[in-house]
Design a protein around this ligand. Structure first.
Ligand SMILES: Nc1ncnc2c1ncn2[C@@H]1O[C@H](COP(=O)(O)OP(=O)(O)OP(=O)(O)O)[C@@H](O)[C@H]1O
Ligand SMILES: [Mg+2]
Length: 495
């Protein structure tokens, strides 16, 4: 019933670029493995080979001692192997049920058995704790809900080997908790699980053993309880990682206000929110998922209706009707939904980078050489790891897409920067680079607003942190008051 895997000398290249160099290791049945590695290390690629989405160029894959070479994901699913994708893979215009049964429709005679599919979908949603009508269109779900649909969909396939590629990146702590309980049940039932995550505390909690990859190679494995988080991080990066957070840049008392919001209301999401951020300040937004932080900022930049409220940027009143308009006023907003609103994944890296500032490169023909130079600079500044810079954004690893999105939104050189979950899916080394970058931006006199679900990140980065709960701004804590306990108490209303 459980299933054992052996990778033997797996090689993979995309065009001229080799991304896996003879990976060899095995997985025993019925255990939970953490698969660790920096962005671009090859974790997702290796797992896509196992699950039939990609084919190896060389090497062998053994499932229960038998050599296999899956030609499609269906093929792998028949063997009991199911992958939950890192980049959500749902069809937006279809309902939850339709997505869950896409290509696996239940039939009654010649006809689709709609009722049976809906019932199964409802049961699977219930398993993962998503209380939504299965007829809901996927486009009407928020990112975390889409992630839960992906997980529920995998549950329906009754996997013997389940691969979860950063499943908790968008989930709340309680959703994560429920997912871990589900994983424990699956393990008891004999399912082998591969769990990919950059959240080392979760890896520590939920896995039996960790496997570390670096630059397309297997580098180490050990029982989870024999490694500290620090040791895991060092193995991934191949050197000591220390001082995650730089010293906060000094903030002079007379620093002028850079961004001011008054009485901002977003129907159904936020009510009468006011705050101001000074030049050189890093200002955090904490809150549970659903507290309205993302929706507030989406409305402030014109991505959804703002029913009331005034905005001023560097002292001048501004009406921001869309992100482009906001950028002209000097404000840029990096969305948490990098696939939907951050990047154009089917476009080249350089076109993504220069999209918001195209006028800079047009005189009047586009100066592609200047564009290429800009990309070269961004690859270096943001540590984007890719063997080939002429690929489309989709082909970057998840974490490297996030770095490209950051580069794109900072390319216009804004005065006020709003970053929504800037380190989601980013490895420890790159996280540290982003933290240093945020402080550099602030030290240069910009105002930086960071929305994050990682409290440690807010505490380590920010001069002040505002806490939202159910659409209201309930507290703003200065540096000397920033502790996890206080932030949680305000966010949950148990203060
Ligand atoms: N279709 C493709 N074409 C070209 N290069 C690709 C393609 N798919 C992946 N790559 C490259 O393969 C390398 C490994 O990517 P992979 O997605 O496996 O990394 P990862 O370990 O999952 O990283 P992350 O933690 O960021 O998700 C990266 O350099 C990536 O750009
Ligand atoms: Mg990946």
């Amino acid at each position: 019933m459980s299933l054992a895997v052996r990778f033997q000398g797996i090689e993979k290249q995309f065009g001229p670029v080799r991304v896996l160099h003879g990976v060899t290791f095995d997985l025993a049945p019925g255990r939970i493995y953490g698969l660790l590695g920096e962005n671009g290390a090859g974790k997702s690629t290796l797992m896509k080979i196992l699950a039939g989405y990609e084919r190896a160029n060389a090497g062998e894959l053994f499932i229960d001692e038998r050599e296999r070479d899956f030609s499609s994901s269906r093929d792998a699913e028949h063997a009991g192997i199911v992958l939950i994708h890192q980049e959500l893979n749902l069809a937006d215009h279809l309902s939850i049920t339709q997505n869950m049964f896409l290509g696996h429709e239940l039939k009654k005679g010649f006809f689709l058995d709609e009722a049976a599919m809906r019932d199964d979908a409802r049961a699977a949603l219930n398993d993962v704790g998503l209380h939504k009508n299965p007829d809901t269109k996927v486009r009407d779900l928020i990112v975390a809900e889409k992630q839960l649909v992906e997980i529920a969909k995998a549950m329906l396939r009754s996997a013997r080997l389940l691969i979860m590629d950063e499943p908790t990146a968008t989930l709340t702590p309680s959703e994560t908790q429920r997912l871990f309980a589900l994983m424990a049940r699956l393990k008891d039932a004999g399912t082998t699980i591969v769990y990919i995550s950059h959240k080392l505390d979760e890896v520590e909690r939920v896995t039996d053993e960790v496997i570390v990859m670096r630059d397309g190679r297997f580098v180490a494995r050990a029982p989870t309880d024999e490694l500290t988080r620090q040791q895991m991080a060092n193995l991934m990066v191949g050197r000591e990682v220390s001082d995650m957070f730089p010293d906060k840049p000094p903030l002079p008392d007379d620093a002028p206000v850079a961004f001011e919001v008054e009485g901002a209301s977003v129907p159904g999401w936020a009510d009468g929110i006011g705050f101001s951020v000074r030049q050189g300040e890093v200002f955090g937004f904490a809150g549970l998922v659903g507290a309205g932080r993302t929706e507030l900022f989406e409305a402030l930049v014109g991505l959804r209706p703002l029913s009331a409220g005034r905005v001023a940027i560097e002292g001048k009143a501004a009406r921001l009707t869309n992100p482009r308009e906001a950028m002209k006023h000097g404000l840029t907003y990096l969305s948490e939904d990098r696939k939907g609103r951050g990047l154009h994944v089917d476009m080249a890296l350089k076109d993504n980078l220069t999209m918001m500032t195209l006028e800079r490169y047009a005189h009047p023909l586009i100066d592609t050489r200047a564009e290429r130079d800009a990309l070269k600079g961004a690859v270096k500044d943001f540590g984007i790891r890719t063997g080939n810079t002429s690929i489309r954004a989709r082909m970057l690893s998840g974490g490297n897409q996030q770095k490209l999105a950051l580069a794109k939104f900072l390319n216009p050189d804004p005065r006020v920067i709003v970053l929504d979950e800037p380190t989601r899916g980013v490895d420890v080394g790159a996280k540290r680079d982003i933290y240093f970058l945020i402080h550099r931006l602030a030290a240069e006199g910009r105002a930086v607003i960071v929305i994050s679900s990682e409290l440690i990140e807010l505490i380590g980065l920010c001069h002040r942190v505002a806490v939202m709960r159910a659409g209201e701004l309930v507290a703003t804590l200065g540096m000397d008051l920033l502790t996890e306990e206080r932030l949680i108490a305000h966010a949950t209303g148990t203060h």
